[in-house]
Design a protein around this ligand. Structure first.
Ligand code: NDP
Length: 602
């Protein structure tokens, strides 16, 4: 389908774009820190306890030396849907591995009170029809999503041979046997014919670089390792352990926005330490209508997912089945996420229209703060002054409301670059001390530190060559999946392919592609799957040549992980025409060119 044409030029009479630009620049400048992404601390070494698994006890086991046909690294939705599709393709010998104590990935680790997925559950939770499940809520709570991950594993027999609390530490290609030798932190030295990596992007919790953080003697934890032993309650709230506690929450991103209403309700007093406010739009969550659920016909989920993907990717569609805060802001998402551009106007005119629509949206978000928050000073501090996609948009019908409570204090830290320091019993901003019993870090995750791309999982392919070294002048893959010199190794994720806010859909398409290639290799008796060097060079060129240049947009944003804390992200990592175009391209390749990666060729 062609990109969105003929966007009506919006009315600009109410908007002073020059004044807005100046305000946005001021707000960015006062937040830029010279130490950029280095300001954070890893939850490792002396802070390693922040990343420990609080949910499942680790059990000892003997190291393994056996051989499986497929080994999947990562038991989140990417790994799960790959396992499911491989099973359906007739693969019997599948081993799933994960550092967590069970399946679920991000939904295994993140169990904080209030956790929900901000994408509609009917599109986000994969394989609903195969598992025979209809979510109970339009935007599902985390526990329902985690249980669905477990249900996928059960439905497709993925617990068999699975290894939890196991980190893969090395992959070495053995030319003699055409297998990967897989090493782990449990002393395993097993073999697999095919290896598929799906180790996620936002996995390692990060801590703010606050001077004196290690001196605090009260209780602390990160939101992705919630300590219910201390707080009481569960993901639905009821944190009775906090009734006599002064609690600090650091961070007001997508996690902070979901957790604050519960902490506000249950703590004796809550201090919310904010550096940059999020955009907080209407959520409008509601239970699934049983009549609607009963009316669903086979194929309904695929249709809904594809429709959502097309709408948010800027494709022209006749109906918007979802109609929510994502589908109504599709055009603005092009600033950070790949998709079709409106080519009915010149690039300059497109940018002008984008900026006006953006200003209207942000004015509406700021007006909502005034409508909801009683105290004008607090309302002023909660208003976000940047363009819409500078940070992950948030949705809540309870967050802004929490600041009307007498037992909630908003502490703005923007002029100090964040919290100034911590002492034995207090959080300090400027010269003001806030004595607290507990500090909850809602400070997010290190970006891209897990797995192959980060170097924490070294890969040695043909002739012992190192994968990352072979990418020293930029990644070289075919469609993001595989590389020359590294046979039978597939990657899922966000590398040289197209992304979307509904990441599970992206992962599902990738899983189906990989399963189709593996099935073809098995059917035709191919020994290895490996693209030629020319094919990977050509794909890198395609990605480069089709890239949308969003560097000017990123440079004007307040800092955050979306723009590498103000430094800007390198281009060339994604296929900018977007996921719908990319999926079409993959389908054509499967029909016409799959044999090119099989050796010997069928
Ligand atoms: P983020 O990285 O988005 O937010 C971290 C927060 O910590 C920011 O508000 C940041 O402020 C603040 N912070 C960091 N250092 C300091 C400091 N020294 N002093 C004061 N404040 C500080 O992490 P989240 O966990 O909120 O979200 C991460 C991602 O996880 C999201 O973007 C989203 O992709 C995903 N997510 C998705 C959800 C969903 O529903 N699908 C729900 C929750 C998370 P500043 O902005 O100024 O840097």
């Amino acid at each position: 389908m062609p990109p969105v044409p003929d966007t009506p030029v919006p009315d600009t009479s109410e908007i002073d774009l020059d004044a807005l630009r100046a305000r946005y620049a001021r707000e960015r400048d006062r937040r830029i820190r010279p130490d950029g992404a280095l300001q954070y601390r890893s939850a490792a070494g002396e802070f390693g306890y922040y990343a420990k698994d609080p949910y499942t006890p680790r059990t000892e086991r003997e190291p393994l030396t056996d051989t499986v046909e497929v080994l999947v690294i990562g038991g989140g939705f990417g790994g799960l849907v790959t396992g499911a599709r491989l099973r359906q393709a007739g693969v019997d010998s599948i081993r799933m591995t994960d550092e967590a104590g069970d399946f679920g990935g991000t939904w295994y680790w993140n169990r904080y009170p209030g956790i929900h997925c901000d994408i509609e559950s009917y599109s986000y939770m994969p394989l609903l029809e195969e598992v025979g499940y209809v979510p109970k809520w339009r935007y599902a709570p985390g526990e329902e999503i985690r249980r669905h991950a477990v249900a996928i594993a059960e439905t497709f027999g993925l617990y068999r041979d699975a290894l939890f609390h196991t980190r893969v530490t090395g992959l070495n290609w053995d030319e003699q046997t055409d297998t990967w030798v897989v090493e782990t932190d449990r002393g395993d030295r097993m073999r697999a014919r095919f290896v598929i990596t799906s180790s996620g992007t936002l996995t390692q919790p990060k801590l703010p670089g606050i001077p004196g953080i290690e001196t605090f003697r009260g209780h602390t934890f990160h939101t992705s390792r919630w300590d219910y032993g201390y707080t009481g309650g569960d993901q639905d709230g009821g944190l009775t352990g906090l009734a006599d506690k002064r609690v600090a929450v650091v961070g007001t991103g997508a996690t902070g926005v979901q957790v604050v209403p519960h902490l506000a309700r249950d703590a004796e007093h809550l201090y919310v330490f904010q550096r940059t406010p999020s955009t907080v739009d209407v959520r409008d969550n509601r239970p699934t209508d049983p009549e609607w659920a009963a009316s669903l016909r086979p194929g309904w989920q695929r249709e809904r997912m594809e429709n959502f993907l097309a709408v948010v990717s800027g494709e022209q569609v006749e109906t918007d089945l979802t109609q929510d805060g994502w589908t109504s802001t599709a055009r603005l998402q092009r600033k950070m996420i790949s998709g079709a551009l409106d080519t009915s106007v010149s690039a300059e005119e497109r940018e002008r229209i984008d900026e006006i629509i953006d200003a209207q949206k942000m004015n509406q978000i700021r007006a909502r703060v005034d409508e909801v928050v009683d105290d004008p000073e607090t309302a002023e501090l909660l208003k976000p002054w940047y363009r819409y996609m500078c940070k992950r948009p948030c949705f809540s019908d309870h967050y802004l409301q929490a600041f009307n409570r007498p037992d909630v204090t908003l502490v703005d830290t923007a002029d100090h670059g964040g919290i100034t320091r911590m002492t034995e019993d207090a959080v300090v901003v400027g010269e003001t001390e806030y004595p607290v019993d507990c500090v909850v870090f809602a400070t997010g995750f290190e970006v891209g530190v897990s797995g192959v791309l980060s170097g924490t999982l070294p890969v040695r392919g043909r002739g012992g060559q190192d994968l990352l070294a072979s990418w020293s002048s930029g990644p070289r893959t075919l469609h993001g999946f595989y590389s020359n010199g590294f046979p039978n190794l597939f990657h899922l994720g966000a590398l040289q392919n197209a992304n979307s806010v509904n990441f599970t859909h992206i992962l599902l398409e990738q899983a189906e592609h990989i399963a189709a290639v593996v099935a073809e290799a098995r059917k035709t008796g191919a020994r290895v799957v490996e693209p030629s060097r020319e094919a990977t060079e050509a794909w890198a060129r395609t990605v480069r040549e089709t890239a949308h240049d969003n560097s000017a947009f990123q440079a004007e944003c307040t800092p955050g992980y979306y723009n590498l804390e103000g430094a800007g992200l390198p281009g060339g990592f994604s296929y900018s025409p977007g996921p719908v175009a990319f999926h079409r391209l993959l389908a054509r390749w499967r029909a016409e060119s799959m044999h090119e990666v099989l050796e010997p060729r069928p």
